[in-house]
Design a protein around this ligand. Structure first.
Ligand code: ACO
Length: 320
């Protein structure tokens, strides 16, 4: 038995902030941002839009595409660094909004790897037969914790959400399903990508703080290593991978990783151009885009990998 992806969804707020808009806010240029990151614009949540608002949109689309309703869901795991409230979990707002009155819902915080962590936890609940169907969400309003005066970080991040419904495989699913997920973290690097504060330490949320060059170096290394680890664990030849769906942080990180893995860019899903780094929402946004655009098809073998603050990093191999 495996967990199979039944439907995906995503949501990006309407308001768009382009590189040209940023030129008016900090000492930067469209050329610098595009050349160094590949990002052209990012979406910014409206004042009245919260992480839960974005998550609910993405969740409803994923449910629709899975031909399911809230009552069919036993578990919601929502990965976020930017919850609506300190407590309760943003996931319970989604639970209420989709009309799910049984089961349970909770949040996970693993920065940009959050969705992969959530997917693995949900997968375990399915494999040990505690539940049948889970809704896994990555959702962020990073614009709320970005220092809009810091050009080192404000050009990189955006708001968004992505979701996937997964459930236990049946005979009809054939080879489809999550074949493996590997999670890693190493707290020795926690200060390289952090915030200036937090609930317990400063009683504030703080702003994103990052050692860009160091993060970049570790990202290419860890993303390549974890992808190879997953391929080795599953005895998979990398040439049989149809698509790489990487964390959408920086196109140079993606190109560097794809090159090391010997996967041509035609077989890599890149969406960051349109929404920048949306942290936990990044992988499900890219996954949904790949499926909705028809690039990712039933039967395809896809490799997912993510890396973020902590450091946390993760890889997964999935047969659609
Ligand atoms: N506009 C113009 N100039 C800038 C900007 C900006 N927005 N930001 C920094 N600079 C300047 C720097 O101050 C520096 O100037 P200096 O040489 O006078 O000191 C110069 O540009 C070059 O800076 P570098 O840090 O060497 O630039 P680099 O090529 O490394 O690119 C970047 C910076 C884009 C942040 C890169 O390091 C990066 O992408 N790192 C990974 C960051 C990331 O993706 N983090 C997200 C979370 S982790 C993850 O998701 C993997």
């Amino acid at each position: 038995m495996k967990s199979v992806i039944r439907g995906t969804g995503s949501y990006l707020p309407e308001k768009i902030l382009t590189n040209f808009d940023l030129e008016k806010m900090v000492e930067t240029s469209d050329a610098w941002i595009r050349e160094r990151t590949g990002i052209q614009c990012r979406h910014i949540a409206d004042k009245e839009e919260y992480t839960s608002t974005l998550a609910i949109h993405a969740a409803k689309e994923a449910l629709k595409n899975a031909h399911l309703t809230g009552e069919d869901i036993d578990l919601i795991i929502l990965a976020t660094t930017t919850p609506d409230d300190t407590t309760p979990a943003t996931a319970v707002r989604v639970q209420e909004a989709i009309g799910m009155t049984h089961g349970f819902a909770f949040d996970i915080q693993a920065a940009c790897s959050g969705f992969m962590y959530a997917l693995n936890v949900a997968n375990q609940f399915i494999l040990n037969k505690s539940i049948k169907t889970a809704l896994v969400i990555g959702a962020e309003t990073l614009s709320r914790i970005v220092d809009w005066k810091d050009r080192n970080t404000c050009v990189l991040f955006g708001d968004g959400a992505g979701a996937a419904v997964i459930s236990a495989s049946t005979e009809e699913d054939g080879e489809a399903g999550i074949l493996d997920i590997v999670l890693h973290s190493d707290g020795r690097f926690r200060n390289l990508l952090t915030t200036t504060g937090g609930v317990s330490r400063t009683q504030t949320t703080g702003y994103v703080l990052m050692e860009g060059r160091e993060v970049f170096r570790h990202a290419v290394m860890n993303l390549t290593d974890v992808a190879e680890e997953v391929l080795n664990r599953t005895h998979t030849d990398k040439n049989t991978v149809d698509f790489l769906v990487p964390h959408q942080a920086n196109v140079r990180i993606i190109e560097g990783t794809a090159k090391k893995l010997n996967i041509p860019m035609e077989r890599v899903i890149v969406t960051l151009t349109e929404h920048g780094n949306t942290s936990a929402a990044s992988i499900p946004l890219a996954l949904h885009h790949g499926i909705a655009s028809g690039k990712l098809k039933k039967g395809h073998l896809i490799l997912l990998d993510a890396m973020g603050g902590g450091f946390t990093w993760a890889g997964a191999l999935i047969r659609l």
